[in-house]
Design a binder for this molecule. Structure first.
Ligand code: UDP
Length: 327
């Protein structure tokens, strides 16, 4: 299939682009480079473009005879979404609408959407399955949920087939550890701990040690980026027959912040300063997935469920690219 990967120069999008190419598909990356890195784009044609640019999207879809669109080009920082909600509604909702409108105009009928566990807000039951209430507690989660609803109604109208994939904590580096996490600013736990281990950051702060968990710190479900990509590929293939797919993507296993810090210490062989601070607003104590629907319906199998293996891949990437990508 010819697949347009919106946001294909970012962390998950670049891994997906490489996975598509490896599996005999033809990826085209569409990205405005506001966050991503052109050097992370492998084996794909690159189109510099903005998702708000309807005309360019129509032209790109038409000229390249695109069969399906995968959409990774969202803003992802929870704190920023609270401070700048319109920025999130614009990029995460309006721009998704523009992509869907361009697809409708050209007649491109398949869409795979990056969604998030943040659509569940503060779940009252763990592990979380897809049918549990959607009650986002910040604009980031809300904009992803709004896009999912838009997809549902566009699908209901017979205009698109789609898969919404709700990621838990994406992490690790893929494709021989050449494609890793290079966010600016960085806000995710594993890269921040690795930066502390590399001496690039004074310390790692634990946001809250008084949660009702075994060691008082938050528990998350860490899922390797290549495992995410394999699920996307299976979902894309399943859209040949199905019109609406919604899956949680996680390992179903939770690790605490302290456990992840200890894992980085073990993998890196480095010691570094750990500072206990207050809770970060809006953090649920425990988020773990019930991904049994993706396992049974897609035949999805994760390969890198072990936190030590996940961290090893991230550690290798950070050592290959100590200053991140050059462009
Ligand atoms: N966290 C932390 N210190 C940091 C960054 C994150 O203690 O410097 C915690 C955060 O409170 C959460 C977990 O690590 O419980 C994972 O956070 P991250 O931002 O990576 O992902 P999220 O779960 O918010 O999607």
């Amino acid at each position: 299939m010819k697949v347009l990967v919106c946001g294909g120069s970012g962390y998950i999008g670049s891994n997906m682009t490489a996975t598509l190419a490896e599996n005999g598909h033809e990826p085209f990356v569409y990205d405005n480079l506001s966050k991503g890195h052109v050097s992370a784009v492998k084996d794909a044609q690159f189109i510099k473009g903005d998702l708000a640019d309807y005309e360019l999207l129509v032209k790109t879809l038409k000229e390249n005879e695109i069969d399906a669109v995968m959409h990774f080009a969202a803003f992802i920082e929870v704190g920023e979404s609270v401070a700048e909600p319109l920025k999130y509604y614009h990029n995460n909702v309006s721009n998704t609408q523009t992509v869907l409108a361009a697809m409708e105009t050209v007649g491109v009928g398949k869409f795979v959407f990056s969604s998030t566990a943040a659509v569940y807000g503060m779940p009252n039951q763990i592990p979380i399955n897809e049918d549990m209430p959607k009650d986002p507690i910040n604009p980031y989660g809300q904009t992803k949920w709004a896009s999912e609803r838009m997809l549902h109604w566009q699908c209901n109208a017979g205009k698109v087939r789609y898969a919404a994939l709700r990621y838990f904590n994406a992490c690790g580096a893929g494709h021989d550890c050449t494609l890793g996490e290079d966010h600016s600013p960085e806000s995710h736990l594993i890269p921040l701990i690795i930066q502390a281990a590399m001496g690039k950051r004074e310390d790692i702060k634990i946001f809250g040690t008084d949660y009702p968990t075994k060691d008082g710190t938050c528990i998350r479900d860490y899922i390797h980026v290549e495992d995410l990509c394999s699920a996307h590929l299976l979902a894309l293939e399943k859209l040949e027959k199905e019109k609406e797919l919604v899956y949680n993507l996680g390992n179903g296993k939770g690790y605490s912040v302290r456990e992840v810090i200890e894992t980085v210490k073990k993998v890196s062989g480095k010691n570094f300063k750990v500072v206990e601070t207050q809770r970060r607003p809006g953090d649920p104590p425990v988020l773990t997935s019930d991904a049994s629907r993706a396992i049974s319906e897609l035949g999805w199998k994760t390969k890198l469920a072990d936190i030590e293996k996940i961290v090893e891949t991230a550690w290798q990437w950070h050592n290959k690219y100590p200053n991140g990508y050059q462009d």
